[in-house]
Design a protein. Structure first.
Length: 294
């Protein structure tokens, strides 16, 4: 056989056994280390996977924050009125083309024109105010996006009425609908409803024209329903557009025995002149055409 080492047989049994035991312990420790390393590798792989696919909790929170945080400038073109260039107040949409404006802006615009300010479509031949509707959902969105806009608007409205000694209008409270039993009943009513803004009906009576006023088209419809806030100036512009009057032609508008001024509103005229100006519920206005003095 192969020669053995000189001291190989002189090793005590206890040492060999202790060595074998210690080697067994070392094996166990090695196994534990391997398990720990495997767990660490798995954690690292999971961390890499979360980082790669965006499933890490920290990244989720930051992504959510980035999704929630929107710059108001990105939404500004969708919540601005193209007439006054301000945020929508009482957002009102034209049913013909679905363009939206402030209520006061579009009502004022329709005193002079029956076309949409954005697309120039004819909204209505004679009464464009029939084809507008309040967009309450859009207005709620605007109030939520623009901080303190609703509060500022309410304060301005309150100050406006108080300065003029008028009663501040109260917000409309929706009435609860009583629960109906059995089969729902159909409510018969007029499909066409007149908007509450058009609270005055006027009758335009032609009383003649002086020589030299030029050619003009007769007014096709002399019955008009308008807002009480409309002025005599608005009525004159309506007549000029419908009758295609020459700029040199002057329009005099009379109610009873009173020659009316441009700044007077129809509601004021009806209140001041009284029942003598009203015929069958219509405010009667007479108009004549004269040549403007040079």
């Amino acid at each position: 056989g192969a020669p053995s080492c000189s001291g190989s047989r002189s090793l005590p049994f206890e040492f060999e056994r202790g060595r074998s035991e210690s080697s067994g312990d070392e094996d166990d420790e090695d196994e534990d280390d391997e398990e720990e390393e495997a767990e660490e590798e798995e954690e690292e792989m999971e961390g890499d996977t979360r980082a790669r696919f965006g499933t890490d909790d920290g990244e989720l929170d930051s992504d959510d924050e980035r999704e929630r945080m929107i710059n108001l400038a990105e939404l500004t073109p969708y919540i601005l009125c193209s007439i006054c260039k301000g945020y929508f107040i009482d957002a009102t949409t034209i049913t013909e083309c679905l363009h939206t404006f402030c209520k006061s802006c579009i009502v004022r615009h329709f005193y002079y024109s029956n076309r949409c300010p954005k697309c120039n479509i004819v909204v209505h031949q004679t009464q464009p105010l029939y084809n507008i509707r309040l967009d309450r959902q859009l207005q709620d969105i605007v109030y939520k996006l623009v901080v303190n806009l609703e509060e500022r608007e309410k304060k301005q409205m309150h100050d406006f009425y108080k300065e003029r000694g008028l009663e501040v209008p109260k917000p409309a409270v929706p009435q609860p609908v009583p629960p109906s039993r059995g089969r729902p009943r159909k409510v018969l009513g007029s499909v066409f409803r007149i908007p509450p803004e058009l609270d005055i009906s006027i009758l335009l009576e032609f009383i003649g024209a002086n020589e030299g006023t030029g050619n003009f088209k007769p007014l096709e419809k002399k019955f008009v329903r308008v807002s009480g806030e409309a002025t005599i100036g608005h009525v004159e512009k309506f007549l000029r557009r419908k009758m295609d009057l020459d700029p040199a032609c002057q329009v005099d508008i009379i109610c009873g025995d009173h020659l009316l001024e441009h700044y007077q509103t129809l509601r004021e005229i009806r209140q001041v002149i009284g029942e003598s100006a009203v015929q069958d519920g219509l405010l009667v206005l007479h108009y004549g055409l004269v040549v403007s003095p040079l």
